[in-house]
Write a new protein. Structure first.
Length: 149
């Protein structure tokens, strides 16, 4: 083991032993934050799982970005329902309640609240795309430009 790393680990262990109350509080706070964020955002899937859901389960890809962002590049076959008008127009997708739905946003952060709302409306299988379109494009997966078909 590198001498610098070994020295750091010894100092860290010493700090943790001397400040065990702080360490317990910090771990507790981190765990609580992780738990609440996970519950709030709902289940997420990675790009591989989303692709599987599209291909094998005929999942609805619900892109909640504004139309300008959507037309610059989206997952083929995605339905654009911007978060800004979601409450007014959500009934447009009610016919998909029994189908899997993958909610997609820009970074994967705002899709959680929409997914939660869909579940409350009776949608059976709703997930969000972890990392959103940023993750999709970073994985070099195909996108389509223009309005949804």
């Amino acid at each position: 083991m590198d001498h610098g790393l070994s020295s750091f680990m010894q100092e860290f262990i010493g700090f943790a032993q001397e400040n065990w109350v702080l360490m317990v509080l910090w771990l507790s706070a981190a765990g609580t934050l992780y738990y609440t964020e996970t519950k709030k955002a709902g289940k997420s899937v990675n790009t591989t799982e989303a692709t599987r859901m599209i291909n094998r389960e005929n999942a609805l890809i619900l892109d909640i970005r504004e139309q300008k962002e959507f037309t610059q590049g989206h997952i083929a076959g995605a339905y654009n329902l911007p978060a800004s008008v979601f409450d007014k127009k959500v009934s447009e997708i009610d016919r998909h309640k029994a189908h899997p739905v993958v909610v997609v946003c820009k970074m994967g952060t705002s899709a959680g609240s929409i997914a939660k709302t869909l579940k409350k409306r009776g949608f059976e299988n709703v997930v969000r795309l972890a990392g959103g379109m940023s993750e999709w494009t970073a994985a070099s997966l195909p996108t389509k430009k223009g309005k949804s078909s």
